[in-house]
Design a protein around this ligand. Structure first.
Ligand code: AMO
Length: 452
C-alpha cells in the first residue's frame, strides 16, 4: 500500500490508508486510545478501538509521544459536532486497524503536544534537536525558507546571477573590530564579515549579482537582535543612476517577499497571530539629519549630532513614520561618510554625508546598502584616508582599476526579517542553530563553569 500524507486524509474519506508518522500526543481514555499523528504535512487524530482492533490496541498502550509508527486505518468523516476547526484535518478521524512501531522514543523532557511550546529560550535551544519538531518551531523555518527563496527568485527574474562568496577572507570588509580571526596555516585570516568586496568584484563582471551567504560578526554584546553567524542576503547592481535605484530594487525585493509570505505562509502567520508589516505604495525615505530632527520635534530627545540612530531612535522614527504615513517601513539615507566603510559613495554636493541607506521596519534595521564609489582614484583616496593596506584588497582594487560602472547594492539578514515578521522576542529563535557569545550549540557559559 502506498503512503498517504496526513494532509491528504481529508480527500480519502471511506478509504483505508497507510500513514507513516510520529505520535504527537497520546490520550488514553480507558476504553479508547486517541493518537494525534504528525508527519511533514500536518496532524490528524486517530483512534484505536479495542473491540475491533485488539492487536493495535495492545501496541497503542505502549506508545509515547515521538514514537515513529506506520499505521493502517480507515478515514472516517467526523460528525458535525466533533469537527475540530483548528486542525486542517479536523473533519476526519482515522480508525486504526494496525500499528507497527518503526522507532521508539524515550519519555520527553517536556510536553511537546501543545499548540505553543512555552519553554525558556535556553531550554528551547539546548534541545533544538527535539524542539525543532514542534509545528510552531518548524513554522519559523518554513517562513525563513520562503524569505530566502523569494529573494533568489525575484532577483533571478531581474537578471541577477547567484555566486558564492568565500567565508575565509584576508581583510576586513566592513571595518571595525567585529571579526573572528582564524588560524590559517602561517597566515592571518578572518571569517567573512560580509561578502561586500567580493560582490563588488563579481558585479564588475556580471553587472547584477546576488549571494546567500553566512557572515560572521564578533558582536561583543548579548542583545536580542544580534547573532555572531548570520544568513546574509546580498545583492549588487551596476549602471545605476543614483542610490535611489538601489533603494527601489531593495524595496521591490522586500515587497515581493512579503507578498509571497502572505500567499504561501498564511497558516504559519496565523500560528503566530501576526500580519505582514505594511508596505505602502512608495516606502518613505528621509536623511539621517531629517530623522534626527523629527525625533527632536517629536519627543525633545536631541540626537541631532549623533553619527547613527540607536535602537531607541529607530523605534521612535518608525513610530513617527507609521503615524504620518501608515508605513511600517522607512529608508534612512545620508550617514556621516567618515563613520561608514570606505567603499560607500559620498554625496557629491555634501561629501561629509554619504549615499548609504538603511531600511527600518517597526524599529528594527532590516537592510543596509547604497551607492558605492566606482571611480578608481576616488576609491584610492578613501583607502588612504581609512588607513587601509591596499595590498590586502588588491583583488578588489584591480577590478576598479579597469572600469566599473556606477553601482550599488544592499544586504539583509534573514534572521532579522524572520524575527520581526513573526514578532519573535529574540533573534535566536529565528536561527536554527544560533551562534552568539554564549552558545555554539553547547552553552559556553555553563561549559566555562564546569571547567572551573
Ligand atoms: P550591515 O553590516 O548593516 O551591512 O549588515 C546588513 C544586514 O545584516 C544583518 N546583520 C545582522 N543580523 C543579526 N546579527 C548581526 N550581528 C548582524 N549584523 C548584520 C542586518 C543588517 O541590516 N556590506 C553591508 C551591506 C551592503 O552595503 O550591501 C553590510 O554588511 O539585517
Amino acid at each position: 500500500m502506498q503512503r498517504t500524507l496526513i494532509r491528504e486524509t481529508v480527500r480519502n474519506v471511506g478509504n483505508e490508508v497507510l500513514i507513516k508518522a510520529w505520535i504527537d500526543v497520546r490520550r488514553d481514555h480507558g476504553k479508547l486510545i486517541f493518537l494525534d499523528l504528525r508527519d511533514r504535512s500536518g496532524i490528524v487524530q486517530a483512534v484505536v478501538i479495542p473491540q475491533t482492533s485488539p492487536e493495535a490496541y495492545k501496541v497503542a498502550q505502549e506508545l509515547r509521544p515521538e514514537f515513529v509508527v506506520e499505521i493502517i486505518g480507515k478515514v472516517n468523516q467526523r460528525p458535525e459536532k466533533n469537527v475540530n476547526k483548528d486542525l486542517e484535518t479536523g473533519t476526519v478521524e482515522i480508525e486504526i486497524k494496525e500499528i507497527k512501531i518503526l522507532a521508539k522514543a524515550e519519555a520527553l523532557p517536556f510536553d511537546m503536544g501543545r499548540a505553543d511550546l512555552s519553554l525558556e529560550l535556553p531550554t528551547l535551544l539546548d534541545h533544538r534537536g527535539l524542539t525543532l519538531r514542534h509545528p510552531k518551531i518548524r513554522a519559523i523555518f518554513k517562513v525563513q525558507a520562503v524569505i530566502i527563496d523569494e529573494f533568489r527568485q525575484y532577483l533571478k527574474s531581474y537578471d541577477f546571477v547567484e555566486f558564492q562568496a568565500p567565508s575565509i577572507a584576508p581583510a576586513v570588509a566592513e571595518g571595525g573590530a567585529q571579526v573572528f580571526e582564524v588560524s590559517y596555516f602561517e597566515h592571518k585570516a578572518y571569517l567573512s564579515q560580509s561578502p561586500q568586496l567580493y560582490k563588488q568584484i563579481v558585479m564588475s563582471a556580471f553587472e547584477r549579482v546576488f549571494s546567500v551567504n553566512k557572515i560572521f560578526r564578533a558582536e561583543p554584546s548579548v542583545t536580542t537582535r544580534h547573532l555572531t553567524e548570520v544568513v546574509s542576503l546580498d545583492a549588487e547592481m551596476a549602471f545605476i543612476d543614483s542610490w535611489e535605484d538601489v533603494k527601489d530594487m531593495a524595496e521591490n525585493v522586500v515587497r515581493s517577499i512579503l507578498k509571497r509570505l502572505e500567499k504561501e505562509c498564511s497558516k504559519e502567520l496565523k500560528m503566530f497571530g501576526v500580519t505582514i508589516p505594511k508596505m505602502i505604495d512608495k516606502t518613505p525615505f528621509m536623511s539621517l539629519i531629517e530623522a534626527q530632527q523629527k525625533i527632536f520635534e517629536n519627543s525633545g530627545r536631541d540626537v541631532r549630532n549623533e553619527k547613527d540612530l540607536n535602537p531607541e531612535d529607530e523605534r521612535e522614527i518608525c513610530e513617527i513614520v507609521k503615524k504620518e504615513t501608515g508605513s511600517d517601513f522607512i529608508f534612512i539615507y545620508g550617514y556621516p561618510t567618515k563613520h561608514k566603510p570606505f567603499y560607500v559613495y559620498p554625496n557629491p554636493e555634501n561629501p561629509e554625508f554619504n549615499e548609504g541607506m538603511d531600511l527600518l521596519c517597526k524599529g528594527l534595521e532590516w537592510l543596509s546598502g547604497g551607492r558605492r564609489i566606482n571611480d578608481f582614484d576616488q576609491l584610492m583616496t578613501h583607502v588612504k584616508e581609512w588607513k587601509m593596506n591596499p595590498e590586502k584588497i588588491k583583488l578588489f582594487l584591480e577590478a576598479f582599476r579597469y572600469g566599473v560602472p556606477p553601482e550599488g547594492g544592499f544586504a539583509f539578514g534573514a534572521e532579522r526579517m524572520t524575527m520581526q515578521i513573526l514578532e519573535l522576542q529574540n533573534i535566536r529563535e529565528a536561527s536554527m542553530f544560533p551562534r552568539d557569545m554564549e552558545r555554539i550549540d553547547e552553552r559556553l557559559s555553563s561549559t566555562v563553569k564546569q571547567k572551573k
